[in-house]
Design a protein. Sequence first.
Lengths: 350, 213
Amino acid sequence: MRRLAWAVVLAAGVAPRLAAQGGTAELLGQAHQFYERLEVERALPLLRQIVSPNWPFEVTPDQRVDAYKYLGACLAVAGKRDSAVLYFRAAIERDPFTDLDPSLFTPAQLATFGEARRRTLAVAVRPVQPARVDPRTARVTFTVVATHAALVDVKLSAIGVGPLLSLFQGTMDGVREIAWDGLLADRRLAPAGRYTLAVVGRSRVTGASDSARVYFDLRHEVAALEDTLPALDRRALLPERFSPEAARRDVARGLGVAAAALVIAGAATGDLGGGGRAEADVVAATAAVTGVVAFLVHRRHGAIPENVAANARRRVERDSANASVRRRNADRIAATLLLVSPAAGEGTGP
Amino acid sequence: MRAAGVIVGAAILGGALPVAAQRSLVVAPLVSLAEHRVDAGFGIEHSLGPILGGVATLRFGSRLTLAGRALGGSLFGSTGVLDRDVGELGVEASVVTAPWLAFQARAVRRAYSTKLGRQTWNLVGLGATARAAFAGDAIHGVWRVTLLPVVSVSGLRDPDVAFRAAAGLEYRVRTATLGVEYSRERYDFPPEAGVRRLEQLSALTLLLELRVH
């Protein structure tokens, strides 16, 4: 019983929406069938119902454009050219990409539709489709349209930066695909962010103007970059010059060895008469002289050639490693892919 | 000998031996001017003479070394003192615990021979070596102390006091190292019949280390 109650509640909630969509679509389908059977008089009332403000059901933009288009077609068949032009223009204004398939419509209808396009200037750009583009081999494409011959300016702008690049400037009539290589005017890869593509057209027939714009997000897909090695600080380098303290320590160490030799010779002699003292004196003198000479040499020539060479080696190794890192990073950046996705309005971007 | 073997074995079992690729071999011919002094209750006898020999050192990585040494020479006695020949074989294991400090265990067999007889010494020592680099690392001051807790001398009781001390310098020139060292060994034997035997062996040694592998 409870399940039944839930089913009723659900059905009651869903049914109106289904009925709304089904109502418009069903009526549009019936109108199409009448039109195809050339029962124009029966199709017209159905189509008028759909575009009427009193039509109680939801009508999608595509359904409305379709209804206007078939209204124009029906009226063209019926010989009501002005009304047909009016409805065709309504369709074109709502969707400048609207067109008639020459294999489905008569030359008279096509001529009438052409007249409607001549009287109506509308420019548009199709919403950007999500895409993953390798700028080295592929292009980001935008589809723009002008309903009749017009001077059209297509500009790419970054949100918050302003116009960056003019992608097209010239006369166009109808649909045109515009390719973008992902580069800006300075021939650098466009940075990630939110962009807008603005289309401005001025009719060469009527002088009327129209504009349209779409937004899209641009992101970079690039392999993770490596960090370069940090600069060699003092801890990573050997001292290249002797400090005065180090020079003084040399004297102390030399004297330390000398003292040790003399102490060993003296302290251990005990009752054995001080033998071996001369040998100890030799070592002590050698050590003392070594310490003093080291002190003097280091005071006069403070450089430590081994350390200078070792530091130079370390710097060369670091520079070489960093050059390799930069080379690999440059290769990765060069292989950056552009991820394009549609966006709604101006925002902060990805 | 046994103690040194135990230390070396423990080092090997403990994983202190790095891989074979890090081994290096250093040989060092040496020459010493040695003076031997002994007082056995009949006055001080001293003899002096050159000793030649060599040390082969196998380095395992930067921390562990094993060394073998062989020396031989003649000590010429002063007036009334017999000349004697001296020969020595020894092994030493050394572990570096800090850049400036290493500990050693050594075992030595030494023989003195005169025309009257032959005396053998077996020594086991534990010691430490401190090194201080002079600015630039080309010169090192070296201080060594070795305690000799196990000393056995044929025909004598074991000494009460036995140690070795040394001080010297090492000069490094490219791959070679020239060492000069003064060393002294001291042995105080227990009194026998009211006489205390004292011995010391001091030496001035020049040593040239050459890396061969």
